[in-house]
Design a protein around this ligand. Structure first.
Ligand code: TRP
Length: 433
């Protein structure tokens, strides 16, 4: 069975919420368990520095996200789980890629353009408060992906352009230095639900309507009780369409369980009772993970160890591959230097026609091998044009022209017809290359 390599990065900024779990973590953990898939997951802490200059927060978030993925069931023996900053080959590759990336390509990146547009609207300098890190974001992301020859990259819709750029950048490198980089494909899972938040809009940090995944049980109950519902009284029939509470339930329950709640809605279940039911169902799935999360968070040194081991596995692949990528661009040992391949040296490696005039006033041509051996010798032509036309015929038709020109070619001592044919073929091939 051939395995496909999946790779995805998680930027450690903020605390994971239910939306992250349902939309990204749960499906990723499931796919990592497939036998035909080899998964790479990493904490994109270099990327975190682009948005966050609070060192304690970067560290805290890295710990929380690593603990979350482990608690959710990611098996660090089966997948390669590592921290981006533990693989120095990534920033090294990032520089090689930077040198083949058009600045114009990066000018068109959505995130950068959004910052520019905002500045323009505010009447500021176009690049006010834009770091070179933000500008370079897509190149670093390309390095993350290309470093591990990933085939598939599962991401959110907002990352599709970054994947296109990674492909463009890889193609530029391959064009210049040979087909060493693998072009990755984006994977968008349209089946995963986007969860509504407390206010019914999409659950998102930017709306401040999130439910943290591993909030303590009583806190989870409180937050679910706070979900916006309509003003229908107990016993009044209720609709599941547009009910954030119902959607939340659906993301955790079996289809049968969802049908049962749908019926209870129709029968007029009180909102308070519905919330209690939803809370208990969510907690059923979350509680065992929460317990694992809490024990992991109580022992950060254990997580550090898991990440370092994953980093070592990642580097076992990255180090030899990076050596190849460096070699290809000319970052090489000086102990074995190739002689320069000048255009002239290259030309003289081919057989050559020579045209000349003899003392008898006639015009001649001859064919010399690359090493200067005489292969063909013409008889004398009255006009230089005739000699030139014969050469052209041999150049264009190769050995096929030999029969026609037989009467104009003088025999050459010790040269077989294969030698001549080989030289003419070589010239034809070079002309068509
Ligand atoms: N940019 C991604 C995000 O914000 C995170 C990321 C960094 C990533 N490097 C990656 C995702 C490489 C996939 C592959 O979601």
């Amino acid at each position: 069975m051939s395995t496909t390599r999946f790779l995805t990065g998680i930027t450690p900024s903020g605390t994971p919420h239910l939306g992250n779990y349902v939309g990204a973590i749960r499906p990723a953990v499931l796919s990592s368990q497939r036998a035909d898939v080899q998964s790479f997951y990493f904490l994109a802490d270099y990327h975190a520095l682009i948005k966050c200059s609070d060192p304690a927060r970067v560290q805290r978030s890295t710990l929380e996200i690593a603990a979350t993925w482990l608690a959710a069931g990611l098996d660090p023996e089966k997948v390669v789980l590592y921290r981006q900053s533990d693989v120095p080959e990534i920033p090294e590759l990032c520089w090689l890629l930077t040198c083949v990336t058009g600045k114009g390509l990066l000018n068109r990146a959505h995130a950068y353009k959004a910052s520019v547009d905002k500045n323009v609207a505010a009447g500021n300098d176009v690049d006010a408060d834009v770091t070179a890190g933000l500008f370079m974001y897509p190149v670093l992301m390309a390095a993350d992906i290309l470093m591990f020859q990933a085939n598939k990259v599962p991401v959110g819709r907002d990352q599709v352009q970054h994947l296109e750029m990674a492909r463009d950048i890889a193609s530029s490198y391959n064009h210049l230095y040979g087909e060493l980089l693998v072009l990755p494909e984006v994977v968008i899972d349209d089946n995963v639900a986007t969860l509504p938040g407390l206010d019914g809009r999409k659950m998102s940090k930017s709306y401040n309507n999130t439910i943290p995944l591993f909030t303590p049980r009583e806190q989870l109950r409180k937050l679910i009780n706070g979900i916006t519902t309509d003003s229908r009284a107990p016993d009044e029939p209720k609709e599941v369409e547009g009910s954030a509470l119902f959607q939340l339930y659906q993301a955790f329950a079996t289809p049968e369980e969802s049908d049962a709640l749908r019926q209870q809605y129709a029968q007029g279940i009180a909102w308070g009772d519905a919330k209690q039911l939803v809370f208990e169902r969510l907690d059923l799935e979350i509680a065992p993970m929460r317990a694992r999360y809490e024990s992991l968070m109580a022992d950060p040194a254990q997580i550090e160890e898991v990440l370092l081991a994953g980093g070592a596995r990642a580097r076992a692949l990255a180090t030899p591959y990076m050596r190849q990528l460096r070699e290809a661009v000319g970052l090489r040992s000086l102990a074995k230097v190739e002689a320069p391949q000048s255009a002239k040296a290259h030309k003289s490696a081919l057989p050559q026609f020579k045209q000349y005039r003899e003392a008898d006033g006639k015009f001649y041509f001859k064919l010399l091998s690359a090493s200067g051996q005489l292969l063909l010798q013409s008889t004398g032509f009255d006009a230089p044009k005739e000699a030139g036309q014969s050469i052209a015929k041999l150049q264009q038709q190769g050995t096929a022209a030999m029969a026609d020109l037989a009467s104009r070619l003088a025999p050459v001592e010790g040269v077989g017809s294969e030698d001549v044919a080989q030289a003419l073929d070589q010239l034809l091939a070079a002309a068509n290359a």
